[in-house]
Design a protein around this ligand. Structure first.
Ligand code: HEM
Ligand SMILES: N[C@@H](CC(=O)c1ccccc1NC=O)C(=O)O
Length: 294
């Protein structure tokens, strides 16, 4: 039998000009447009370099941060939804949200390659103009950390001059984390999650619970584990791995750009960021791997 052949191009392109088809709308007075829908006037007028005279590379620095903040906004939005879906025992939709979170994290991590084109000297030429501003004051980053379990009441004081940001963080501090809601769903699915875990003070940072290991062993080792439970465990591990990849790229970018200088936010710099690599959201999901046998 003859296979169908791919059809040949009907016409060889002969010019670099594409005619605008007659049906394409060109008059947008009083109509919805691309720019209005996306509020581009505000978005594209929100880059305000502070160096005088303006340093060419400050635009890169600003846009790198602004795009990161936009992705963080979407990430928080999706994490809230994932948490709500877990609370409703809708693991399928929770997984869908977490898949998007993972794709955003990849974007955020890969984005470091753009900032890595900023040389140490270029950055030093406008770093002084940043005053004590620092990513440490990113409330959206802190919100993501909170909802994933790295709660830290002490961080709220950083936002005393930004009441809305502080209120958002205070709210998240008092709410359950994604992991809290996942473990409640696991308990409802019939696994023996210890009561003290289900009723913990959710405003506290997560602490390691040995007695969760048998629960996760069952999920990972038993035949017939509901697929959504297993998949959710793996999705959480992916999210934590991705989070650590972002932290690591940040650390390495900082190191190649400012070496071991102190941070503008007042911390020791690279050393302080290194210690963030010891933070973990879902320690039991990693610990159970030590116990899993053939
Ligand atoms: C040349 C570029 C950068 C340098 C030199 C740098 C440096 C630092 C330093 C030294 C800190 C520690 C706090 C301090 O004392 O300031 C820090 C924290 C932080 N930076 Fe950056 N940073 C850079 C780019 C970015 C970008 C693009 C983001 C994206 C939003 C970001 C987000 C953060 C966050 C969220 C923290 C807090 C981390 C934590 O609490 O563990 N940074 N940065
Ligand atoms: N902490 C950085 C400054 C910095 O990166 C920064 C400054 C203003 C706005 C965002 C920043 N990004 C991340 O910390 C530094 O020590 O150079």
């Amino acid at each position: 039998m003859t296979q169908p052949q791919p059809s040949a191009p009907t016409q060889q392109p002969t010019s670099g000009v594409r005619t605008i088809e007659d049906s394409v709308r060109t008059d947008f007075h009083g109509a919805m447009t691309y720019g209005r829908y996306l509020d581009l006037d505000r978005l594209l007028n929100a880059q305000h370099p502070v160096s005088v005279p303006e340093h060419h590379d400050e635009m890169l620095f600003i846009i790198q941060h602004q795009t990161s903040e936009l992705w963080l906004k979407l990430m928080l939005h999706e994490l809230r939804e994932a948490r709500a879906r877990l609370a409703a025992d809708d693991l399928g939709m929770a997984l869908k949200c977490l898949a998007r979170v993972k794709a955003i994290q990849k974007q955020l991590t890969d984005q470091w390659t753009v900032l890595a084109t900023l040389t140490p000297r270029e950055y030093a030429q406008f770093r002084g103009d940043l005053g004590n501003a620092s990513g440490f004051q990113s409330y959206q980053y802190r919100a993501v950390e909170f909802i994933l379990g790295n709660k830290h009441r002490g961080m709220l004081k950083v936002f005393s001059s930004e009441p809305e940001a502080q209120a958002l963080l205070e709210g998240l501090l008092e709410e359950p984390t994604v992991y809290d809601e996942f473990l409640r769903a696991v308990a409802r699915a019939g696994y023996g999650v210890p009561e003290d875990i289900l009723t913990r003070d959710v405003s506290e940072p997560w602490t390691f619970h040995d007695d969760l290991l048998p629960v996760f062993r069952r999920i990972y080792e038993e035949e017939g584990t509901p697929w959504g439970l297993y998949e959710s465990c793996e999705a959480l591990v992916d999210v934590e791995d991705n989070f650590q990849f972002w932290r690591f790229r940040h650390l390495r970018t900082v190191q190649r750009t400012i070496g071991f200088k102190r941070g503008t936010g007042g911390s020791s710099g690279v050393d302080f960021l290194k210690r963030a690599l010891d933070l973990t959201f879902f320690p039991e999901l990693y610990a159970v791997r030590t116990e899993i046998g053939a």
